[in-house]
Design a protein around this ligand. Structure first.
Ligand code: ATP
Length: 383
């Protein structure tokens, strides 16, 4: 959260929760969305992100807690009295109205007669000036979604809520629309709160991401910080891919040494998120792109001081920009390694004996009492 943003229009959730009978969809939650930021609520299906968004919109009554906007308590206000608009996945455009009239709808409802200038500006903003007289069914999914955004923004809300707005689009269009929405947000400077299950989408667009799991915010931060410094196995696995290696702590000081898979691995003490005492267990995390591969017969040529794990390639997939390897080793059954395709690497095929090596500084440490596979299935579900 940047300091230069004024606190004046922040959205603040204090102790907000939602229960349905005996089921708690959202546990008491404290969250501040700074004015002018692009904020993402990220999580797998059922984690409570939509419920949280709907409580901000007023579409869902909070069981406990308050919602304030710019210091004003709006908890008891009905949705139409909140300076907030929502864009849904389904667009919900009026099929019988053209683009201009769809966008003008909010103005007309408020009795504004001269809509042309404002609608023109909005269509320029979403780059649909040439489509003003088309009906929704004559537009692509991405264009319809931009009409929905223009229709919401013309009301000058203080906050725009986006509920999986790109969920119905195919992957390529979704990527384009992510950049497009980011551009629009930067241009209008309005606070956007975006709900998505797609971690890449959240990381591409948002300044701040709140990762939700089981009705709670598990970790909140800038995308790069969440990626590099996950505090839980769920965040480590849900945001991208992590190799998590369990081991026993041998020694601790500024550097922690862990015995795992018959070897010694090291990590900086400052990157350890768990209490570290000799003899205790620890999960070591390393991202696949931070690991280099050497053929076993070439091993030893790599720089001194690197973490090393011996293993055997069980799978390799060429995906253009990189090759992704799966390696079986005593430290882990399926360690993932991503190598950029800079030059052809002979001899790195399934069955090859290899050594994985990486800079210890890239290793993070997590509490071994957690479920090592938390968040893994969620990623597959979302794919
Ligand atoms: P999705 O991406 O699938 O929409 P989500 O993270 O947005 O998931 P929510 O829609 O917030 O999840 O729902 C959170 C939990 O609350 C889910 O387990 C859901 O089944 C439950 N829930 C939501 N609405 C109701 C309701 N009206 N009655 C009972 N349970 C509900």
């Amino acid at each position: 959260m940047t300091q230069q943003q004024t606190a004046g229009g922040d959205v603040r959730l204090t102790g907000i929760s939602k229960t349905y009978g005996s089921f708690t969809a959202v546990h008491p939650l404290d969250l501040t969305v700074p004015q002018g930021s692009f904020f993402a609520l990220l999580g797998a299906s059922g984690c409570g992100k939509t419920t949280t968004l709907r409580m901000i919109a007023g579409l869902e009554e909070a069981t406990t807690g308050t919602v304030t906007l710019g210091g004003r308590d709006i908890t008891a206000l009905p949705p139409y009295k909140r300076p907030v608009n929502t864009v849904f996945q389904s667009y919900a455009l009026f099929p019988h109205l053209d683009v201009t009239e769809n966008v003008a709808f909010g103005l007309r409802r408020r009795g504004v007669k001269a809509v042309r200038k404002q609608v023109g500006e909005m269509l320029d903003l979403v780059q649909l000036g040439d489509f003003a007289h088309r009906r929704p069914h004559q537009l692509s999914g991405g264009q319809q979604q931009r009409v929905a955004v223009a229709r919401a923004l013309i009301n000058h809300p203080q906050v725009l809520l986006l509920d999986e707005p790109l969920g119905a689009l195919d992957l390529k269009l979704r990527r384009q629309m992510q950049l497009e929405l980011k551009r629009i947000q930067t241009e209008v400077g309005i606070t956007f709160v975006h709900v998505t299950h797609d971690q890449e989408e959240a990381m591409t667009m948002a300044d701040t991401v709140a990762v939700m799991n089981g009705g709670r915010v598990e970790q909140l931060g800038a995308p790069a910080d969440l990626y590099e410094n996950p505090r839980t196995t769920f965040v480590a696995n849900f945001l991208g891919t992590s190799n998590l290696i369990e081991g026993e702590i041998v020694s601790t000081s500024t550097e922690i040494v862990v015995s795992a898979g018959g070897g010694k691995l090291r990590l900086p003490g400052s990157r350890c998120q768990a209490p570290a005492t000799s003899g205790g267990r620890l999960l070591l995390g390393i991202r696949p792109e931070k690991i280099s591969l050497a053929r076993a017969e070439d091993a030893g040529a790599e720089a001194e001081g690197r973490n090393r794990v011996a293993g055997r390639i069980t799978d390799s997939s060429f995906i253009g920009v990189s090759t992704q390897y799966v390696v079986e080793s005593p430290a882990g059954e399926a360690l993932h390694v991503y190598e950029q395709n800079v030059e052809h690497r002979a001899g790195l095929a399934p069955g090859a004996e290899v050594v994985l090596h990486w800079n210890p500084d890239h290793t993070f440490g997590l509490d071994a009492a957690q479920d090592i596979a938390a968040g893994v299935e969620s990623v597959e579900d979302a794919a």
